[in-house]
Write a protein that binds this ligand. Structure first.
Ligand code: ADP
Ligand code: ADP
Length: 231
């Protein structure tokens, strides 16, 4: 699903250059559930921005779902982003005065899908995240966990190759955190490829693989033993 080879990212601000990623190599297969961890400044956001086709590497190779993401124009990057990636953010990024249903329809509006199909697919996605009884609620009428589930439904609705979630539980209390992590586990069991960024070890341990960054390099790549924490 994802191949990353010898990836470097250097930010140049005038005469100052910061190497945010150094020689990153990685394979992520379809159906994996991965946590990206590391201290502030270790390169997580930079890596996620490149994975998410929001930014380009300075050097190296990035292949997403058989497409080489390199030397693409901004428009081509945007097109791949809309088609292949579902984003989930720490702060939900929902339209505040808009129902759950309309929020989930939004990515399909950008994709030019007609009203009837949009509604059907949005209802379906909301059902998948267990919110079929909240479709007409606005974000301020929903709990934090429910808001994030709406955001996950929105991320799913175009059937992306991967879900990228940046600190998805960062604004949630422990009950809502469990609600959202439980949903990710369920979706992963259904075959969805999920990559989350988190600085919380406990959250990382609920995934199946932990990739740790330090100073722009991968220093840890650990497959979790399943079952140990289940009972
Ligand atoms: P977080 O660790 O919460 O992801 P960051 O501190 O990495 O937040 O950065 C937030 C934003 O600021 C990023 O999108 C990044 O592009 C930008 N940024 C971070 N560090 C610098 C820097 N040294 N110079 C300019 N922009 C920066
Ligand atoms: P993290 O998400 O783990 O906090 P980042 O990817 O944001 O790490 O940052 C990695 C390094 O790159 C840091 O040294 C940061 O200051 C630097 N950096 C990030 N974004 C920018 C930017 N836009 N311009 C310059 N430096 C940046």
């Amino acid at each position: 699903m994802i191949t990353v080879k010898d990836l470097d990212k250097i930010y140049e601000n005038g005469s100052i250059a910061v190497q945010a990623l150094k020689n990153v190599n990685l394979e992520i297969n379809k159906g994996e559930f991965v946590a990206i961890t590391g201290a502030s400044g270790s390169g997580k956001s930079t890596f996620m921005n490149i994975m998410g086709c929001l930014d380009r590497a300075t050097a190296g190779l990035y292949i997403l779902d058989n497409e080489t993401i390199q030397d693409l124009s901004d428009n081509e990057l945007a097109e791949i982003r809309n088609r292949k990636i579902g984003f989930v953010f720490q702060s939900f990024n929902l339209l505040p005065r808009t129902s759950a249903l309309k929020n989930v329809e939004l990515p399909m509006m950008y994709a030019g899908i007609g009203g009837k199909e949009r509604r059907e697919r949005a209802l379906d996605a909301l059902k998948r995240v267990g919110l079929e009884d909240r479709v007409d609620h606005k974000p301020n009428e929903l709990s934090g966990g429910q808001k994030q589930r709406v955001a996950v439904a929105r991320a799913l609705v175009n059937n992306p190759a991967i879900i990228l979630a940046d600190e998805p539980t960062g604004n949630l209390d422990s009950k809502s955190t469990q609600e959202v992590m439980g949903l990710f586990k369920k979706l992963n069991d259904e075959g969805v490829t999920i990559i989350i960024v988190t600085h919380e070890q406990e959250i990382a341990e609920e995934t199946k693989r932990i990739i740790g960054f330090r100073d722009g390099e991968i220093i840890l790549d650990e497959t979790m033993k399943q079952g140990l924490k289940e009972n």
